[in-house]
Design a protein around this ligand. Structure first.
Ligand code: 13P
Ligand code: SF4
Length: 310
């Protein structure tokens, strides 16, 4: 079907027609961020999805995020512009293997990072995001052993912050594991006044150089409020669009990847385009669906997160 010339206007009018809300993650391309009703980190987007009055949720993010919106809103139509927008971290934790891992650690409660499938959420006791993981783990009684899944880097960071021992599932994010410690240090030598800010999904070799570590929203707030004028940003560079919008007088340098031919854009997040967004709204597809039993089981730990991080 014909694609309109003015996709911004066409998407706006479909939003009205469908009574849709368009939620976008900070790792989306700038045009998508600019047309979204809400942009946020995973926790903020989950909260928006939990509280919306819209009939349709259009999720400009990856599959587990849209699935989270569906878990919270079984009766709403949840659209994801490209169903292939997965996540290497979610994929690093297959349910069968995780079931065996859980069985090998009886008496442990399972805290899972929201970057996982509904099947893994259904096997978890509490969900967390990068902005509340430390806070939630601190609420667990000292004598209660914990499994933390699926991100080993966030898990290790939470262990350091809380002094808690946890059993870690060995998953990781392909984007946050590709930064080069050596090149970051070289950049810092060229820009000694710069602050290094990093997402906790980065490896410890990168995190140890960071002046500040936080979720995408936390990094954005920090960059806005810090007295520094220059930042080396160790997360997906999509966030730099908002940093430049909110603090245009400051300089944001993307942290360099190991392979100089590569970039640190998330290939899954970047599958979404304005054109696919328009088509998804026009066709009311592709839609996220979930077996009701899985959805209900996955909802319980999501609700615990929303209560515990209120
Ligand atoms: P946050 O936006 O919650 O920091 O998550 C980062 C991420 O990798 C999302 O895929
Ligand atoms: Fe998954 Fe990493 Fe992409 Fe986030 S940035 S969607 S964790 S692969």
């Amino acid at each position: 079907s014909a694609i309109p010339d003015d996709l911004f206007a066409a998407i706006e009018s479909l939003k009205q027609e469908l009574n849709a809300v368009l939620l976008a993650h900070y790792y989306q391309e700038p045009d998508i961020q600019d047309i979204a009703d809400y942009i946020g980190d995973s926790l903020e987007l989950a909260r928006k999805a939990a509280n919306t009055n819209a009939d349709v949720i259009v999720f400009a993010g990856v599959h587990f995020m849209a699935e989270t919106a569906k878990i919270l809103n079984p009766n709403k139509l949840v659209l994801l512009p490209d169903l292939d927008a997965g996540c290497s971290l979610a994929d690093s934790c297959p349910p069968d293997a995780f079931g065996e891992f859980k069985a090998a650690h009886p008496n442990h409660i399972v805290i899972s990072y929201i970057n996982c499938s509904a099947a893994i959420k259904a096997m978890s006791d509490i969900i967390c995001t990068s902005s509340n993981a430390v806070k939630l783990v601190r609420q667990i009684p000292e004598n209660q052993p914990i499994i933390f899944a699926p991100d080993r880097n966030l898990g290790r960071y939470v262990m350091e912050q809380t002094g808690r021992d946890m059993v870690l599932w060995q998953g990781s994010c392909m984007v946050h594991e590709t930064f080069s410690e050596k090149k970051i240090v070289q950049l810092k030598i060229q820009h000694p006044e710069a602050e290094i800010i990093a997402h906790p999904e980065c490896e410890p070799t990168v995190l140890r150089h960071a002046n500040y570590i936080g979720s995408t929203s936390a990094l954005l707030n920090y960059a806005q409020n810090s007295a520094s004028q220059v930042f080396i940003v160790a997360t997906e560079p999509g966030i730099i669009h908002q940093m430049q919008k909110q603090a245009g007088d400051k300089q944001f340098i993307p942290a360099p990847p190991l392979n100089s031919c590569a970039c640190n854009e998330c290939p899954h997040m970047r599958l979404n385009t304005l054109e696919k967004l328009y088509l998804a709204m026009k066709n009311r597809a592709p839609e996220i669906t979930l077996p009701e039993e899985t959805r209900k089981a996955a909802l319980r730990p999501m609700q615990r997160m929303l209560e515990m991080s209120a």
